[in-house]
Ligand binder design. Structure first.
Ligand code: NAD
Ligand code: GLY
Length: 351
């Protein structure tokens, strides 16, 4: 088992990565009130294994599967269940599933009785390398993705890499978009490593997967430890997301997977950087190639013109005083937040 620590003083917590489910922290395992929040797809495979980690019988609450259910309505339904069950502030919530379940459950944990404990048991690649770590929780609104939420750190993140064996290939690919993102933010040697291990990753070779997940968790833990509430550096984790969120919102949540939209967003960010002279064309092609190796889309939906992106970009959480702010590579493997990208420039580059 490998452990990565998120260092946040008294709210520090471990991310534990192993083939089988790692053990719970003793005080969590002993909790008397536990609610596992999951969906039917994940619960059918993993609920009994997770229940067995606890000393006392657990309750569970299943929400329908899909991004389309990461809503205020589902959030309210989970809260109603907790109230109906008369659960106290001592309850421990367990998010068992992908990023949808993690974001939703974390937001419920932030709000139920002004905050209760929760842990993350991520079962998709995307949630294992990104969304389960760092405490961003949210639900979507028709006017914008993740627009309603809170920062709420989990007390433990338990990663069983064996759960990835049942993940549909398209979902695995979507997770790879976030993995590639880490390399392009600030870790060029990791891009080399991903290219060298591309076939082993696609074959889901266990030791390679575990090392890849550990590396991403370490990068995210370090960034979150330095900038928990995104006052600066943490915004770099949104590379590709300004374009990507626009695709998700334009198509309707759930049409494209989050990671698929992020993959296109990553490439668009690199194309914009190339038009500014920050990158060689060969470097943009290198990014396109690794995205394509993992069977990710590399162009926006045919129905979407650049002018369709703009309304959604204006509601992006990075907008300050009406100014768009983009994470762009200023060199391959080195991204920064830039505030001087105009609508006119976007239209010129992507028209
Ligand atoms: P998801 O949660 O919808 O899971 C994808 C699909 O895989 C679902 O159908 C799910 O039921 C299924 N599934 C999950 N684990 C499985 C397994 N082991 N075997 C078989 N099927 C399994 O999607 P996701 O990609 O995990 O997460 C996307 C969400 O994460 C988005 O809502 C995005 O906004 C959010 N996100 C949050 C953060 C953050 O920091 N909080 C970061 C990135 C993404
Ligand atoms: N996934 C972006 C963040 O956690 O900040």
């Amino acid at each position: 088992m490998q452990t990565v620590a998120v260092q946040l003083g008294e709210r520090s917590y471990p991310i534990q990565i192993a083939q089988a489910f790692p053990a719970l922290l003793p005080e969590i395992a002993a909790a008397e009130q536990v609610v596992i929040v999951s969906n039917p797809t994940v619960a059918a495979r993993y609920l009994p294994q997770v229940e067995a980690l606890f000393q006392h019988p657990c309750r569970h609450y299943l929400v329908p599967d899909g991004e389309a259910y990461k809503t205020l309505a589902t959030f309210e339904a989970v809260l109603c269940y907790l109230l109906e069950q008369k659960l106290s502030r001592q309850v421990v919530l367990v998010a068992l599933g992908g990023g949808v379940i993690g974001d939703l459950t974390g937001f419920v944990a932030a709000c139920y009785q002004r905050g209760v404990r929760f842990i993350q048991i991520p079962t998709t690649l995307l949630s294992q390398v990104d969304s389960s770590v760092g405490g961003k929780t949210a639900v979507n609104h028709p006017l914008g993705k993740n627009m309603i939420g809170a920062f709420k750190q989990p007390e433990q993140v338990l990663i069983s890499t064996a759960t990835l064996a049942s993940l549909p290939p398209r979902e695995f690919a979507a997770g790879m978009a976030e993995v590639i993102k880490y390399a392009l933010i600030s870790d060029l040697p990791f891009l080399d490593w991903l290219e060298q291990h591309a076939d082993a990753i696609s074959a889901q070779q266990p030791a390679t997967l575990a090392e890849m997940i550990r590396h991403c968790c370490q990068m995210k833990a370090d960034i979150v430890s330095r900038d928990e509430t995104e006052q600066g550096e943490r915004a770099l984790l949104n590379l590709g997301h300004t374009f990507g969120h626009a695709i998700e919102a334009f198509l309707g949540y759930g049409e494209w997977l989050h990671g698929e939209a992020v993959a296109v967003g990553i490439l668009m960010a690199h194309q914009l950087a190339h038009s500014r002279g920050y990158l060689q064309l060969a470097e943009v092609e290198r990014v396109r190639n690794i995205l394509q190796h993992f069977k990710l889309p590399v162009s926006a939906p045919a129905s979407m013109h650049i002018t369709d992106f703009l309304p959604f970009m204006k509601t992006d959480k990075k907008v300050v005083n009406g100014q768009l702010r983009f994470i762009l590579p200023v060199a391959l493997g080195r991204s920064q937040m830039l505030t001087d990208v105009s609508e006119a420039e976007l239209i010129q580059v992507f028209n």
